[in-house]
Design a binder for this molecule. Structure first.
Ligand SMILES: *[C@@H]1O[C@H](CO)[C@@H](O)[C@H](O)[C@H]1NC(C)=O
Ligand SMILES: *[C@@H]1O[C@H](CO)[C@@H](O)[C@H](O)[C@H]1NC(C)=O
Ligand SMILES: *[C@@H]1O[C@H](CO)[C@@H](O)[C@H](O)[C@H]1NC(C)=O
Length: 711
């Protein structure tokens, strides 16, 4: 290999560090050497190098070999090292040489990431000098130790790093966009359940020109409390309140402050889950600031007032978020919200510290309403409460005159919890006012034992007497009022002998008149319609016999009892005393009188009950003698369901038109009148040695009861 080629190769190597393509990153290390190295450098030569390492580093250069012609101040041959236009030194000389400026192991360090070197040699080199070999590498710059004019590189804290550095700020400050300046940072947000807040730098003096907003936000349903921790120190003025620096606490629609001075403020219970703490400072001052501790608790709802006549459960002095209360009223009281009655009432303490129901209910006394009207009766208030017909009020039902309570129980009712009028025996059923039977205001003169013929009945003396007529046909019959809805009469009134059984419609043609003694007067009134007629099933119209001659008429409405309308009593089934022979009874009617005319005024006659055997024999004898009887020649017989009354002496009797009317007797024990018989048949009227025959009512008591109770 020729020498010239070898040298060129060395040169290439030596300049490798500076001839890298611009796009490649700067190397972290490299090597340079003098021209011709390791052979002596040429005369009259000049070389320059520009070493570059990555940004943020410095170039550190060290010679591993150095031999340049020594001279005073290195004026002949030299290597000069520059950094940023200033010289780090001019070097020449040899190891152990005394002349020149031999660099030795010295580390040459650039100011930033580049270093320039300049080598020159003069024309005369009598000795041959090899030159130099140097290595360089990138070393980190500690930017933090540098200063940028007067100020340090970072406003507050500088952190050096390999090839770089960064700035940071103390707590309460924020690094600005320039990467070095710090500004007080007090737009802070707190969402923990508790924590500490303070002015920047606390307890050292807070910065000037602050405009801070510390926002505390906790979950809905929780309330924030603030407690200041001493020392508290905000610039104040002795005359004007907080003119310079101010601390205010804002929540809901409330603002506390501005606060300043040196007195630690009182704790603040905000009852809010959102609090802003605003701190503004002016351009001067040297005060320590403030610090506070915040904590949270469930938010509180407004305290409740106790309810009169009611209970709130659970009962507490205070209620918090999610607490639930139920209102109940005492027995006899109802929950009212305004005008509206509620079945129940409960409410919940909400997250915003309000109850979920706006209107608190009250307990009002319940009432049973106006007691039911008692037909033929009335009620009287025994005890009244503050509310009309209110809980525990007492009333007593009683019946009008001529009526009596038939149902059990005293008639006394109390307004119950269930808001019903309640009797301790019959419950809610109101009493029934039953007509009192058999007690006329003006009874017939019972003392007179013997009355011949008929007499006019004074008004109100036979008040059960009914008049039955079909006005168009002029038929008339009698009847006896039972209770206030029934009239007992004879079956043959509706189905005369020889006629087929009539329909209900036909039977309803009859009207019933009550409450008077004059037919003319009676029929001028409206009368009572017939609703239904029950003919005794055993009565046979086609037979000539009068067995079971009994009918019950249900009236179209109840009649009102008066002085002239009073029902008769029914005899009990076993009532032999009421049929005792010679017992005086009375029969009444508008039938044919002695002068053979139909009466307008009610007549009555007193007749003794006849001995049954004697009557049967007398009737038999009379028929044999041809004095009346069945038209078909059949003898009419007195049977079990009949009894006879009369003197057997004639004159006094019942007659046509009296049919269906009652035979009544007075029972002294009960002072009541009983209808023991219904006018049925006879052989002529008032004939000697005959009797009037009556349907024996006591025999039919079951039949009557059965119809009257099931209808
Ligand atoms: C090197 O640093 C100086 C200041 O120390 C600066 O003026 C110069 O521009 C820098 N040079 C390079 C290439 O970064
Ligand atoms: C440099 O010059 C000197 C004297 O003129 C001479 O002796 C020497 O050989 C030269 N060196 C080279 C390398 O040319
Ligand atoms: C403080 O910050 C809160 C939350 O960002 C905001 O709602 C409130 O308006 C701010 N107050 C002031 C005075 O800037």
């Amino acid at each position: 290999m020729s020498r010239g080629v070898w040298m060129r190769l060395l040169l290439l190597l030596a300049t490798a560090g500076i001839t890298v393509p611009a796009s490649a990153p700067d190397p972290m290390f490299g090597m340079i050497s003098s021209p011709g190295y390791p052979v002596s450098y040429p005369n009259e030569t000049e070389s320059e190098w520009s070493l570059k390492v990555p940004q943020g580093y410095r170039v550190q250069l060290q010679f591993s070999y150095f031999e340049i012609e020594p001279s005073q101040r290195c004026i002949y041959d030299s290597l000069e090292v520059f950094t940023e236009g200033t010289s780090l030194g001019v070097f020449c000389g040899t190891v152990n040489g005394v002349l020149g400026n031999y660099p030795g192991d010295q580390l040459l360090i650039s100011q930033n990431n580049s270093m320039n070197l300049k080598f020159k040699s003069d024309f005369s080199n009598e000795e041959e000098y090899v030159g130099f070999l140097a290595h360089y590498k990138a070393i980190d710059i500690d930017e933090c130790s540098q200063t940028d004019g007067e100020d340090s590189i970072c406003d507050q804290v500088c952190h050096n790093s390999l090839g770089s550095f960064f700035c940071s700020c103390r707590r309460g400050y924020k690094l600005q966009a320039d990467g070095k300046s710090c500004e007080a940072q007090c737009e802070e947000f707190f969402d923990q359940v508790s924590g500490h807040l303070s002015s920047p730098e606390y307890p050292s003096a807070y910065p000037t020109k602050l405009s801070c907003n510390y926002s505390i936000r906790v979950e809905s349903g929780f309330a924030i409390s603030l407690e200041f921790v001493p020392p508290f120190d905000i610039e104040d003025h002795y005359e004007v309140h907080c003119p310079y620096d101010q601390l205010t606490v804002q929540y809901r629609n409330t603002q506390v402050g501005p606060l300043c001075g040196k007195v630690n403020p009182e704790p603040i219970d905000t009852q809010s889950n959102a609090v802003d703490i605003i701190f503004n400072t002016d351009g001067s001052g040297d005060n320590r600031g403030w610090k506070l501790f915040y904590s949270t608790d469930r938010i509180r709802c407004p305290d409740l007032m106790s309810v009169e006549h009611g209970t709130i459960a659970p009962w507490q002095d205070h209620y918090w978020y999610l607490d639930h209360v139920t209102y109940t009223c005492d027995v006899g009281y109802k929950i009212m919200q305004g005008e509206q009655e509620l079945k129940s009432f409960a409410m919940l303490c909400q997250g915003d510290g309000s109850w979920d129901k706006g209107l608190i209910p009250t307990c009002q006394l319940t009432d049973c309403g106006v007691p039911e009207i008692l037909p033929n009766g009335r009620f009287q208030t025994l005890t009244s409460s503050s509310v009309r017909n209110g809980y525990l009020s007492e009333i007593k039902y009683s019946c009008n005159e001529r009526y009596q309570i038939e149902t059990q129980g005293s008639g006394q009712y109390t307004c119950s919890m269930s808001r019903e009028w309640m009797n301790n025996v019959v419950g809610v059923t109101i009493p029934y006012c039953a007509p009192v039977c058999g007690k006329p205001d003006h009874p017939l003169n019972r003392g007179t034992a013997r009355i011949f013929g008929g007499s006019l009945a004074p008004p109100g003396s036979v008040p059960w007497q009914a008049f039955l007529t079909d006005r168009s046909r002029g038929e008339r019959a009698g009847g006896v009022l039972l209770g206030d809805r029934w009239v007992l009469t004879a079956a043959h009134v509706f189905q005369p002998k020889g006629k087929a059984r009539p329909s209900q419609e036909e039977m309803r043609r009859l009207r019933v008149y009550l409450g008077g003694t004059s037919v003319r007067r009676l029929v001028s009134g409206e009368g009572v319609p017939v609703e239904l007629v029950h003919l005794h099933e055993g009565y046979d119209g086609l037979s000539e016999q009068y067995a079971h001659d009994l009918a019950l008429v249900r009236l179209g409405r109840r009649v009102t009892l008066t002085e002239e309308v009073v029902p008769a009593c029914l005899p009990p089934t076993a009532a032999s005393a009421l049929y005792a022979p010679a017992l005086l009874g009375y029969v009444s009617g508008w039938g044919v009188t002695q002068d053979n005319r139909l009466a307008d005024k009610l007549h009555y006659v007193g007749l003794p009950v006849a001995e049954q055997g004697e009557c049967a024999r007398a009737m038999e004898r009379a028929q044999q003698a041809g004095r009346g009887g069945g038209s078909g020649g059949q003898r009419l017989s007195v049977t079990r369901g009949m009894f006879c009354a009369g003197t057997g002496l004639g004159l006094r009797d019942s007659c046509q038109g009296d049919s269906g009317g009652g035979f009544v007797v007075h029972q002294p024990e009960s002072d009541s009148w009983f209808v023991t018989g219904i006018v049925s048949w006879g052989l002529g009227c008032g004939k000697e040695d005959t009797y009037g025959v009556y349907t024996r009512v006591s025999e039919y008591r079951d039949w009557i009861d059965n119809i009257m109770t099931t209808a």
